[in-house]
Design a protein around this ligand. Structure first.
Ligand code: GAL
Length: 631
């Protein structure tokens, strides 16, 4: 089948293939014994077909022999269950045997293929994301805590261990947050998530450094996972990878999938910080949710172009061929079970042809020019997300991801270019900065936001932001502690909502409400009964808005329209400008006007200011209509 695969890949315009992500047991069937013959053949075949290889280091799936020889390197859940091999991702990144074995297979692969012409990139591991609670993890956690806090006094203070008698008098008493009788300590829970991210990053950078030494000049990446969970701090990781690469599996369908795709691509673009990046995985079908289904006609190309328009160097898929057996035998592929005589494969070929006609963006090297600014930034911080997933919060319905997605979605529908920024990043001339339920904000980040508003910026803060410090301790004296002065409000009480209430100016409010006192701000919208719900405050040369409840999309859009960062795009019609070309994608089922004309690079036909249902074009950029450009 491999020869046929290469022929089909050429037909589909495939230029890069990730190989061997989980192949450790096939490559090293016993400790130190390697069977590279099959991989030699695969790489030779691909090289012969002119196809590059993103060669994987298979550390995401240790072989069964390894797990039997080193049971202490198997994952232990928080309940103390030691998992068994038989799936994938069953390892402890802190286990010395796993770390050693990882380096061994990395070295063996790099030495074997350093002079082979096929590999153009290294793909380390896969979607880092297995936390472990074993004794190795405990020891490494303690070492990490010592570095962070220096002494136990600082740790006890940060975690408020006086409460419930959790005071630690010896480092040896500290464990990962394992199953315990009732609520765990929130400071401990948050630090453990930070530790897990750092520990996995250490595993990655060890392999990266070895690869850089053995194969200098070959970029090293690892694919980020972006589902409803994030196990790593992507800002931090993005400083360490040579190329940001992301996987994208939208959970919605139709328009919701297009919105989620834009969200993921804007995150990736922001993490890459102006450098090129890559969509490493997507599927030809929908795999999340209760029912798997193929993507509708045209969606494969439209989703891919959404990424390419935002700077992805290509559009890759998991997986090439839908397999006959194995755990993911029902996962869609570029070649489905039905074979190449199928709609899906024809669409894959059409995509390959289209991408082949779009020239690489100007400055598309790994050291590309810095990203031009988007109009609006949404604050994104995984630490704050982890904190809001912590134990014992006043509502289980506060959802940071959903809040960030709503902010993005509302602006995407209006055609506003959005990027993401860390709360402590320099926030240059963004037209507005949106703060979606960012529970945890450090003092430095709060000062950063104050400086942005004082300098003339527009800040729109959603409820449950700025409440906690970096140790998840509540800032006293009234919520939202860190942002009170900027917002000109003092919140005395939270009142989570069991039932929606109707705000006369903004429609339904759900999940949350607050008793807001005005301390310099003015009320823009009120709860039934007259208490302030949405406020506005002049602060320095700028304005800070506060939304003390959860609005629906149209209510939130109305706040943004008042606050400033609204656009006039047609919902579902996406226009993305790069320096030298413009992408226009019509996600709707109707013909739509688009503010684009010129010759479509994909079809060679003129674009006359409109796009048919589901249509897409890429035209060379004339004079941009606004200063908003992606690299
Ligand atoms: C990704 C993973 C792939 C495959 C895919 C299925 O998260 O990296 O190996 O499992 O999901 O959608």
């Amino acid at each position: 089948m491999w020869a046929e695969d290469v022929a089909l890949m050429r037909r589909a315009g495939v230029t890069l293939v990730t190989v061997g992500v989980f192949s450790w047991s096939r490559l090293e069937p016993a400790e130190g014994r390697y069977t590279f013959g099959w991989l030699d053949r695969v790489l030779d075949l691909l090289a012969g077909g002119g196809i590059g290889v993103d060669l994987a280091v298979p550390t995401a799936s240790p072989p069964p022999w390894f797990s039997l020889a080193h049971p202490d390197a198997l994952t232990v859940t928080r309940d103390g269950v030691r998992l068994t091999h038989g799936s994938r991702d069953t390892y402890c990144v802190s286990a010395p045997a796993y770390r050693e074995a990882s380096m061994r297979i990395t070295r063996a692969l790099a030495e074997r293929y350093r002079d082979h012409r096929a590999p153009v990139m290294w793909h380390v591991h896969n979607e880092y994301g297995t936390p472990c609670h074993c004794d190795h993890a405990a020891a490494a956690f303690r070492a990490w805590l010592r570095r962070r806090y220096g002494g136990l006094d600082a740790l006890n203070d940060a975690w408020t261990t006086a409460f419930w008698g959790q005071h630690y008098s010896d480092w040896a008493q500290i464990t990962p947050p394992r199953a315990t009788q009732y609520l765990p300590n929130p400071g401990q829970a948050l630090d453990f998530r930070r530790f897990v991210s750092d520990e996995m990053l250490a595993h990655f950078t060890e392999q990266r450094d070895l690869l850089r030494e053995l194969t200098p000049g070959v970029p090293v990446t690892t694919n980020y996972v972006l589902a409803g969970w994030a196990c790593v701090d992507h800002w931090k990781w993005s400083r360490e990878v040579d190329l940001v690469s992301v996987d994208d599996y939208p959970s919605g369908r139709g328009m919701a999938a297009a919105e989620q795709t834009a969200f993921t691509a804007d995150l990736a673009r922001s993490w890459a910080g102006g450098r090129p990046w890559l969509l490493m995985e997507q599927a030809t079908g929908y795999v999340l949710g209760p029912r798997a289904a193929p993507k509708e006609p045209g969606e494969i190309a439209r989703h891919s172009l959404q990424h390419v328009a935002r700077g992805s160097q290509g559009a890759m898929f998991f997986q090439w061929r839908a397999s006959r057996g194995g755990a993911e035998q029902w996962h869609p592929g570029m070649v489905p079970h039905a074979g190449p005589d199928s709609r899906v494969f024809r669409e894959v070929c059409a995509l390959g042809e289209a991408l082949g006609r779009i020239p690489a963006p100007a400055g598309g090297s790994l050291d590309g020019p810095p990203v031009a600014e988007a109009e609006v930034a949404i604050l994104w911080d995984e630490e704050a997300w982890w904190a809001v997933q912590g134990p014992g919060l006043p509502s289980a319905e506060i959802d940071y991801l959903a809040a960030a997605q709503q902010a993005h979605r509302v602006l995407w529908r209006q055609g506003v270019a959005v990027c993401f920024a860390h709360p402590s990043h320099d926030l240059p001339a963004y037209r507005a900065v949106l703060v979606p339920s960012l529970y945890l904000i450090s003092d430095a980040a709060a000062r950063n936001l104050a400086a942005y508003v004082e300098g003339g910026g527009t800040l729109v803060v959603s409820f449950f932001s700025g409440i906690a410090d970096e140790h998840t301790r509540i800032r006293l004296g009234g919520y939202p502690g860190a942002l009170r002065e900027i917002l000109g409000v003092r919140v005395e009480e939270f009142r989570p909502l069991a039932e929606p209430v109707e705000l006369p100016e903004l429609g339904p409010a759900t999940v949350w409400s607050e008793v807001v006192h005005l301390e310099g701000a003015e009320a823009v919208a009120r709860y039934p009964g007259g208490r302030p719900a949405v406020t506005r405050h002049r602060f320095g040369a700028g304005t800070a808005w506060y939304v003390s409840t959860r609005l629906d999309d149209s209510g939130y859009a109305r706040v943004l329209a008042h606050a400033g960062p609204a656009g006039s795009g047609t919902p579902g019609v996406e226009v993305v400008r790069q320096r030298d070309r413009v992408f226009a994608i019509n996600h709707t089922e109707d013909e739509q006007p688009v503010p684009v004309d010129g010759i479509d690079l994909i079809t060679g036909r003129p674009v006359d200011g409109s796009l048919g249902p589901g249509g897409y074009v890429v035209v060379p950029a004339g004079a941009p209509e606004s200063s908003v450009m992606y690299p």
